[in-house]
Design a protein around this ligand. Sequence first.
Ligand SMILES: NC(=O)c1ccc[n+]([C@@H]2O[C@H](COP(=O)([O-])OP(=O)(O)OC[C@H]3O[C@@H](n4cnc5c(N)ncnc54)[C@H](O)[C@@H]3O)[C@@H](O)[C@H]2O)c1
Length: 282
Amino acid sequence: MTDNQANPIPGEVQVECQRFRGRAAIVTGAAKGVGVAIARRLAQEGADVLLADINKDGAAYSARKLSEETGRHVEAFGGDLSQPGVAEDMVQRALDKFGRVDALVNNAAALIRMRLVDFTEELLQLAVNGNMWTTLRCSRAVLPTMTAQHYGRIVNIGGEAWRTGTPFHTLLGGVGKGSMIGLTATIAGEVGEHGITVNCVSPSAIAVVPSDQGPGSGALNPVWNPPDVANELARIAASRAYGIPRSAHPSEIAAAVAFLASSEASFVTGQHIGVSGGRAML
Ligand SMILES: NC(=O)c1ccc[n+]([C@@H]2O[C@H](COP(=O)([O-])OP(=O)(O)OC[C@H]3O[C@@H](n4cnc5c(N)ncnc54)[C@H](O)[C@@H]3O)[C@@H](O)[C@H]2O)c1
């Protein structure tokens, strides 16, 4: 019996369609966590998928696992996507393996949650790099291919913390996800005539599926998530009784991403959708 069967997480979504046959996708930050759930959903619907992550071994492990699970062509790419040139290499790898790139899911993030006054200069840089430059560079790198194809879908994974004013999220939520909202709309405005849409899915708390964490993944990094901050965030989360009072199953995030990444979402662009059980409404 697996961990998932022993302790089922509520909300798991069943796949009922095949919208990605003949399509290829890139999911960033897919060594573990929500990125794996998104890549799984796209592969279950027929896509070939490139998992890109700074954690090369984790990406390779998850690619093997998803390939076995879904029977699709799932490949890994290792690299720091915040650095110049790496995103271009990632897109070239996808083109070499699949011959096209229909969808890019910008999911990679550096989950650093702490008081603004406690950020060192080094952590400030790392947080901006890992939460803003990754999205910008990956989006820029994939656009020439999508433009030439006259088809493309970019889905950015945001987060509700920026619009709920959640404490300790200034870099991750305010700068990272806040800027993601702006660039979702402005890139969407620029590329619509080429058949490319750009949208953003914003989760709030998401349950962890242990079997999607991969080797080497463990407890939260205590430098990035000091224990007093983590405890305070858990207290705030527990005190919120409105909306749907549970964490998301990662497949619930993946289901929304799959719609926006599919050809069905042809007239939806520049939009932000909260998949957060109503943590923020409208
Ligand atoms: N987990 C939650 O409760 C939650 C809530 C709201 C939003 N989100 C968002 O969902 C997404 C996935 O979250 P998660 O919980 O799975 O996170 P995670 O930390 O488990 O996974 C993020 C992945 O991104 C990779 N990554 C980080 N920086 C990178 C870089 N510079 N280049 C390449 N890869 C890099 C990491 O190695 C990691 O594998 C993130 O965008 C996150 O902000 C998560």
